[in-house]
Write a protein that binds this ligand. Structure first.
Ligand code: NAD
Length: 314
């Protein structure tokens, strides 16, 4: 297949690119390098099956050029920082909703058959059912980021049904692993490098969430995409996460232990009953039964994924 990976120089995107290249596909990446890095895809730059376009998807002309002659688009470009929502909602709108709109309009006029989108567990908000299944309702995001992801999902569904392409939407739990440049583990490691005596923990430390290693994520995305290609649905939704979950305090203990440190934990107390920041979902575990029915299973549980990631980032 010839595919486009938007955000392919980013954390998850570059792992997806590695796998697609290893499987023999032709891969074009569109990334503005605002968060990603060319180093993440450097090993493929000389390969004739690989093409890199540096460009900002807020510009519709760049997006039009990039979707030319591709069969599938894996749309991962976004600003994924939930925390910035209260200061910069317009940035989250532009880099999640507007760029998706530009992509869908470009796909309208192209021969592209599939869009695979990385949405997020944050569309469920403070779900009352845990583990949360794909058909949970009402969807009531509590962050601008979650709202923007849900808006993007809705646009993708509407365009797919109207303009005759097919859409596979993944709602991802917290994804961790080598090359990640944000999130709790990355933050803890950096704070402990600056001050090994003390670790500031946002919130009250009891936030409990599910973590999935990036290797399991990419494997799940590709396996479920193959399954999706063999069925009739126009749009389908899959959660990707883990069966277990882990508290922020436990993550702090693992990171400190792996670094051979015994810091004093200082909790900020957080907002709205111990959340790390405004819009932080305190308890998140997704039902992955639907994904498992396709034969996919995570190899690492949340604890193992955290431990592996600390080693990789160190
Ligand atoms: P990332 O920041 O590493 O990757 C995003 C990439 O998009 C970056 O390389 C960035 O340079 C690029 N980008 C941003 N704005 C752009 C623009 N206007 N034009 C072109 N490129 C642009 O983030 P990630 O963690 O790899 O996330 C990938 C996708 O998965 C995102 O859509 C994110 O919302 C989603 N997601 C991530 C997680 C997670 O835990 N990491 C969880 C749920 C969903």
């Amino acid at each position: 297949m010839r595919v486009l990976v938007t955000g392919g120089a980013g954390f998850i995107g570059s792992h997806l690119v590695d796998k697609l290249m290893e499987l023999g596909h032709e891969v074009r990446v569109l990334d503005d390098l605002s968060e990603g890095s060319l180093d993440n895809v450097r090993r493929w730059l000389e390969d004739e099956r690989f093409e890199f376009i540096k460009g900002d998807m807020r510009n519709p002309e760049i997006v039009k050029e990039a979707v030319k002659d591709v069969e599938a688009v894996f749309h991962l470009a976004a600003n994924p920082e939930v925390r910035i929502g209260s200061q910069s909602p317009e940035l989250l709108y532009e880099t999640n909703v507007l760029i998706t709109y530009n992509l869908l309009n470009a796909m309208r006029d192209s021969s592209t058959k599939y869009i695979v989108f990385t949405s997020s567990s944050t569309v469920y908000g403070d779900a009352e059912v845990i583990p949360t299944p794909e058909d949970y309702a009402p969807l009531e995001p509590i962050s601008v980021y979650g709202g923007a992801k849900l808006a993007a999902e809705a646009l993708i569904s509407g365009y797919a049904h109207t303009f005759g392409f097919r859409a596979l939407i993944f709602r991802l739990a917290n994804i961790i692993g080598e090359r990640s440049n944000h999130g709790v583990i990355y933050d803890f490691i950096n704070k402990l490098r600056r001050n090994p005596e003390e670790l500031e923990i946002l919130g009250d430390g009891t936030q409990r969430k599910s973590y999935l290693h990036v290797s399991d994520t990419v494997e799940g995305m590709l396996k479920i995409f193959e399954h999706f290609r063999g069925i009739e649905k126009t749009v389908d939704f899959y959660n990707l996460g883990n069966d277990d979950w882990i508290t922020v305090r436990e993550i702090a203990e693992i990171v400190s232990g792996e670094m051979g440190l015994k810091p004093r934990f200082v909790f900020t107390g957080g907002v709205d009953g111990g959340r790390g920041w405004k819009g932080d979902v305190k308890f998140m575990r997704l039902s992955i039964e639907k994904a498992k029915k396709t034969g996919w299973r995570p190899r690492l549980n949340s604890y193992e994924a955290v431990r592996r990631t600390v080693g990789e980032l160190l």
